[in-house]
Design a protein around this ligand. Structure first.
Ligand SMILES: [Cu+2]
Length: 459
């Protein structure tokens, strides 16, 4: 969620918030200045994998995407789903931390055809599983023929990218992660975990029902479970039309590609030249598996682990006036931390020379320019990269063995997490922090009701 000056409302457990203890509540207050499609979810452990999430839509008459002609809108939260509670899932590796448990299928606004056969019992409640919580049904949207809809799609899953399509319909992509796009015509749309898009769909086909298809990508099926359900169906029904959708073949999907182009790069509607960088910073990430069986994931060999419950680094800095870089470094936690004491234009060079998977990384609180993204490591001079209207968004993808270079203006005080949005990798420690202008964090006017959520009260 893009926000300025309210880092203490970001809500990441142990970094810039204390979470909401059981039986209490919290009001998160910030200026909703950046129109578009976002979402909220628990940022503690694997809670959102178990369903603790929802959509946030910010409207503005100034949003270029909203100037496109459409009659109404619809939001689809679509993501992979586990019929077993995350803490009870078996793990792919033998590590202390679970890595990449395989989902059972996908849900569209909470409805799916995930099968109950592939299940593991709960440790706490032997013999009980969560299958009954996921109705086996097809999500159905009844829309009016002849009208144009803005459909907002969020990949709210925990592991798997997917491709979305609607039989017999094309659409234009008009927004990505809160950035309006020059309309891009397509038949399929691929979303990595954490990505959001808006598409415009005109119901210009004969009145009937049509399948909406969510195809979980093959890459993730390499280690699929025995009953892994690769395609989840929903129904787009023209109002008044009866019967099931005709059984036509779905689109041919080439994994990792968005129609003919790279799947996450789109020209923004409003061109913005990227400024020249004032600071270059390189990180390397990867996974480790030690002989003792422990495993995890790191940025620059440092694995994130949350601070003790009830402690949040930003609240601590604010309360204790501990803003000097050495003090902050001691407080933020064990993860890799990039700290700037003054406004900088940062080029963050992210390389994954030895990693075998695709990872979607999200930086809290910012939109950034994607200056480069692709196969192979980046070891060049990032200040020479193309600055003319590069893609802007808040979640970037690094392919196996590949790299990304993102550029952002670090002038928004606070400690901002940058993490893989695959929930298992975040839980495995794949998080670093960007700390901007800690001296300003001391001036934060953190409301008492937020401080009270911390066991150690920072009053
Ligand atoms: Cu990852």
């Amino acid at each position: 969620m893009w926000q300025r000056g309210t880092n203490f409302m970001d809500g990441t457990m142990s970094i810039n918030g204390c979470g909401i203890p059981p039986g209490t509540n919290a009001s998160y207050v910030w200026y909703a200045q950046n129109p578009g499609t976002a979402w909220y979810h628990s940022h503690r452990g694997m809670q959102y994998t178990d369903g603790l999430y929802g959509a946030i839509v910010i409207h503005s008459p100034n949003e270029p995407a909203s100037k496109q002609p459409y009659d109404d809108e619809l939001t689809l939260m679509i993501g992979d789903v586990y019929n077993t509670r995350s803490r009870d899932l078996p793990t792919k590796t033998t590590g202390r931390r679970p890595v990449d448990a395989v989902p059972d299928g996908a849900v569209i606004n909470g409805v799916s055809q995930a099968r109950c056969a592939y299940l593991y019992p709960s440790d706490e409640h032997p013999g009980v599983n969560w299958c009954g919580h996921v109705p086996t049904a097809q999500y159905e949207a009844e829309l009016v023929g002849g009208k144009t809809y803005r459909i907002r799609i969020v990949n709210s899953g925990s592991l798997v990218p997917y491709t979305f399509s609607i039989d017999n319909h094309t659409f234009s992509v008009i927004e990505a992660d809160g950035v309006s796009l020059a309309p891009y015509e397509a038949r399929t749309l691929s979303l990595d975990v954490g990505h959001r898009y808006s598409i415009l769909v005109t119901l210009d086909q004969p009145p009937a029902a049509y399948w909406m298809r969510v195809h979980l990508e093959v890459e993730a099926q390499v280690y699929k479970g025995p009953k892994f359900n690769a395609t989840t169906l929903g129904v787009l029904r023209y109002k008044g039309a009866r019967g099931a959708p005709p059984d036509v073949p779905g689109p041919k999907i080439r994994d990792g590609e968005y129609d003919a182009g790279p799947r996450t790069i789109f020209p923004p509607a409003v061109p913005l030249e990227a400024p020249l960088p004032t600071l270059q910073h390189s990180v390397v990430y990867g996974a480790f598996l030690k002989p003792d069986g422990s495993s995890g994931m790191t940025f620059n060999d440092r694995m994130w682990r949350p601070l003790p419950d009830g402690v949040a680094a930003v609240y601590f800095v604010n309360a204790s006036n501990a803003h000097r870089p050495k003090e902050v470094a001691r407080l933020v936690g064990p993860q890799h931390n990039l700290l700037t004491t003054q406004p900088e234009v940062v080029d963050l060079i992210v390389n994954a020379p030895h990693d075998l998977a695709t990872h979607p990384f999200h930086l809290h609180g910012h939109s950034f320019w994607i200056m480069s993204q692709g196969p192979g490591v980046f070891d060049g001079d990032s200040s020479t990269l193309n600055r003319t209207n590069p893609m802007r968004r808040d979640t970037f993808v690094v392919p196996p063995g590949g790299h990304a270079v993102i550029r952002f203006v670090a002038d928004n005080p606070g400690i901002w997490p940058l993490h893989c949005h695959i929930a298992w990798h975040l839980e495995g420690g794949l998080l670093m922090t960007v700390t901007a202008m800690p001296r300003e964090m001391v001036k934060f006017d953190i409301p008492p009701h937020m401080k009270r959520l911390c066991y150690k009260q920072y009053a």
